[in-house]
Design a protein around this ligand. Structure first.
Ligand code: CP3
Length: 340
């Protein structure tokens, strides 16, 4: 039997593709909201192995997804590098902005064990509790995306603060990216050693860069991470998700050596089939708003993903994270349609 997701990552085609959803653990689930209230702050939840393992497993139990994704956040890495990170209710993340060489010099040279040890412990607990058909996915943010939050100190609409830093002071920005490459490599290797079977690298803000900048800040760092992790974990399965990368997606696949490519809902499925899927399995790409809407709008979207990409190696997913307002019945409807 084995695991469907791992078979697809080995290049096989499955008539019914494996399914999981980005941000599948979260506020759209009442059982998540209940634990979230008990945990205190969001970071307290991320760093509590017992509760984090529980929320990791909740969506798998409810929906029978083919994968569990570690419950944590991409901003655990800046925290492990010694930055202040806070999640304010209703406001998203707040970090102490890193604007210059002085901020860089203050970064720790090793990942803080008080931060990463509980994450690895969560991975171990989930692995021990997971059924024989469900794959455990670990993750981190890509250096560029993590840097955008570290520099601005928060999310912004176009990540101009990090882009400005990269243009004005490319040497120092390169040092920040290099530090994040090293940290991400160590962190993903730690997750594999604790029992993760696959990892995904989220480059949520890949789409705001020019092609030259994309090469330098997304492709090259990812190439180093893939190479560095595989040196420690031979054959490591790594899914890249460079959201909004459009025409740079194919060079990203060819140059980074990722095992599979996640595409967002704006990526033309026919082009994904004819270019990306000829090289690696494709993951995606239902519009999260179609899932929110449900009904025939959702059915059409699901059918289109299956028609265009279902004939080759496909990991069925959204094109970005599930929205907190999403009705649970819509997730059930989507799964029923995919699984027939
Ligand atoms: O997918 C999963 O179920 C695993 C958990 C997961 C979270 N964040 C939990 C979370 C994963 C994989 C992430 C990744 C992440 N975090 C990304 C990349 C993917 C993406 O969605 O673009 C980014 C950019 C972040 C940073 C982040 N974390 C932001 C901007 C926010 C605030 C916006 C929001 O959705 O609230 C978070 C908070 C966050 N991360 C929540 C969850 C469940 C909500 C916090 C809460 O429960 O109060």
């Amino acid at each position: 039997m084995g695991k469907k997701l791992l078979r697809v990552l080995a290049g096989k085609h499955e008539a019914v593709p494996p399914v999981w959803l980005m941000r599948q653990a979260g506020r759209y689930l009442p059982e998540y909201r209940a634990i979230r209230e008990r945990a205190g702050g969001f970071l307290d939840l991320c760093l509590n192995p017992e509760l984090a393992a529980e929320v990791t497993l909740q969506p798998v139990r409810r929906f029978g997804f083919d994968a569990a994704i570690l419950f944590s956040d991409i901003l655990v890495v800046p925290l492990a590098l010694g930055r202040k990170v806070e999640f304010l209710v209703g406001e998203g993340p707040k970090l102490e902005p890193l604007a210059d060489g002085e901020g860089l010099a203050a970064l720790r040279d090793n990942l803080d064990e008080r931060v990463v040890a509980p994450v690895y412990e969560t991975v171990r607990s989930v692995k021990a509790l997971l059924g024989s058909k469900t794959t455990l996915i670990g993750f981190c943010g890509a250096p560029w995306t993590v840097a955008t939050y570290m520099v601005a100190g928060q999310g912004t609409s176009d990540q101009a603060p990090a882009r400005r830093f990269a243009h004005y002071d490319a040497d120092n920005f390169q040092r920040l990216i290099d530090r994040l490459v090293q940290a991400s490599t160590e962190y993903l290797t730690g997750q594999f050693r604790a029992g993760a079977e696959v990892v995904q690298v989220f480059d949520t803000w890949a789409g705001v860069l020019s092609p030259d900048q994309f090469d330098r800040w997304c492709i090259l760092p990812m190439q180093k991470i893939v190479e560095g992790v595989r040196k420690e974990v031979p054959g490591a399965k790594i899914i890249g998700f460079p959201r909004g990368a459009t025409a740079m997606t194919l060079p990203y696949v060819e140059m980074t050596g990722v095992s599979a490519i996640g595409i967002d809902w704006t990526f033309p499925r026919m082009i994904a089939r004819e270019t990306l899927q000829q090289r690696v399995p494709v993951q995606g790409n239902v519009d999260p708003l179609a899932l929110l809407a449900g009904g025939t709008a959702l059915d059409r979207e699901v059918d289109d993903v299956m028609k265009e990409l279902g004939g080759g190696p496909l990991i069925f997913n959204l094109g970005h994270g599930i929205l907190p307002e999403t009705p649970i019945v819509n997730v059930e409807r989507m799964l029923k349609r995919v699984r027939g």
